[in-house]
Write a protein of this length. Structure first.
Length: 337
């Protein structure tokens, strides 16, 4: 199939492009490079030996987006493009609603005009209420506690309504848990701009000596060791979940949500310990106050994706730690140089 990938230059976008291209799919990439660099796409071409069309445009620019559809025969869309920092969304809620909701509406409008009826959407575990029993399955109560999560919730609702009006559309909602790690080549990986929000890039930058210490946000949670528990999933497993999702969309109309996680929760201290053990490096840590909005424990039930997509995560926490470190060591400043 020929896949239009919005946000294709990002962390999950590049890893998904590699798996799509390696399986003979075509790709057309849309990216405005606000949170990514063209170098990441150059490396995707290097890893796969394949090329693809690139439109350096904003997904909210409906006219530019329309050109990508009219100049290419698109079979399916994977929509990654969006603002995704939880903390930033609390500081800039309107920017998040504007970008994430306008982007979705612009994309759906362009798809409708060009007769493209298959979409895989990059959703998030933040659409689940965090005050519900864990693990969460796809029928767990929805509701967020930050604007970023609400934009994902609202985009999901928009998609459910579009499919109700257009039953011949195929929409797959992929709810990511915590993606970490990198492609085994070490040529692509997570490259946050500025101070990392997420745990793993902070660990790798601390281990490299770019940061003096990892601040652990709270060790008084009701968990095994007091630190936050999350469902970490290897980014390549996540990418393969998208390949399974477009194959599912090709055969099934309707709107379905799937958790992309491992079903296993690990604490911050579990992850730091595994990282130090696997890579033979030290990660200096200090305990800091809890971070606002952080739930104690979040992890997934994963049976639905296995049953309906024929997909499940297979890579271990150790592989996630090893691959994340290889990327960081080979690229001390990410894609910057
Ligand atoms: C993980 C754990 C922190 C940093 C968010 C979004 C989610 C998705 C992934 C986009 C928590 C602790 C972290 C640090 C720490 N993003 N931590 N020190 O918050 O679970 O999920 O990112 O889709 O939607 O909500 O991920 O990596 O920020 O935190 O102690 O410097 O690590 O408290 O327990 P999170 P995270």
């Amino acid at each position: 199939m020929n896949i239009l990938v919005t946000g294709g230059a990002g962390y999950i976008g590049t890893h998904t492009l590699v798996e799509l291209l390696n399986r003979g799919h075509g790709a057309v990439v849309i990216d405005n490079f606000t949170n990514s660099r063209p170098e990441s796409l150059r490396r995707v071409r290097e890893i796969t030996g394949k090329s693809f069309a690139l439109y350096a445009v904003d997904v909210c620019d409906e006219e530019a987006l329309s050109r990508a559809f009219s100049e290419n025969a698109i079979d399916c869309v994977i929509h990654f493009a969006g603002l995704k920092a939880v903390g930033e969304s609390c500081e800039r809620p309107l920017a998040y609603y504007r970008n994430n909701l306008d982007g979705m509406m612009s994309l759906l409008s362009a798809m409708g005009r060009h007769g493209v009826k298959k979409l895989v959407f990059s959703s998030s575990a933040t659409v689940y209420r965090s005050d519900v029993p864990m693990p969460v399955d796809e029928d767990s109560p929805l509701g967020s506690i930050n604007p970023y999560g609400w934009t994902k919730f609202m985009c999901e609702q928009m998609l459910r309504d579009v499919v109700a009006a257009r039953p011949d559309w195929s929409v797959v909602l992929l709810r990511y848990f915590n993606p970490i790690g990198a492609h085994e080549s070490g040529r692509i990986g997570e490259d946050p701009s500025g101070i990392p929000n997420n745990l793993m890039p902070f660990i790798t930058q601390t281990a490299l000596g770019r940061r003096p210490a990892l601040r652990i946000f709270g060790n008084d949670y009701p968990t095994r060791d007091g630190t936050g528990v999350r469902d970490y999933i290897h980014v390549v497993d996540l990418a393969l979940g998208h390949v399974a999702a477009i194959e599912y969309a090709e055969k099934n109309a309707g709107c379905e949500a799937f958790n992309l996680g491992t079903g296993q929760g690990y604490s911050v201290l579990d992850l730091v310990g595994a990282f130090e053990r696997v890579n033979g490096v030290a990660v200096p840590c200090e305990i800091a106050p809890r971070r606002a909005g952080d739930p104690a424990t979040v992890y997934s039930r994963v049976e639905k994706a296995e049953k309906m997509l024929g997909w499940r995560a297979t890579r271990t926490l150790e592989e996630m730690c090893r691959d994340a470190w290889r990327w960081q060591v080979k690229n001390p400043n990410g894609f910057a140089e």
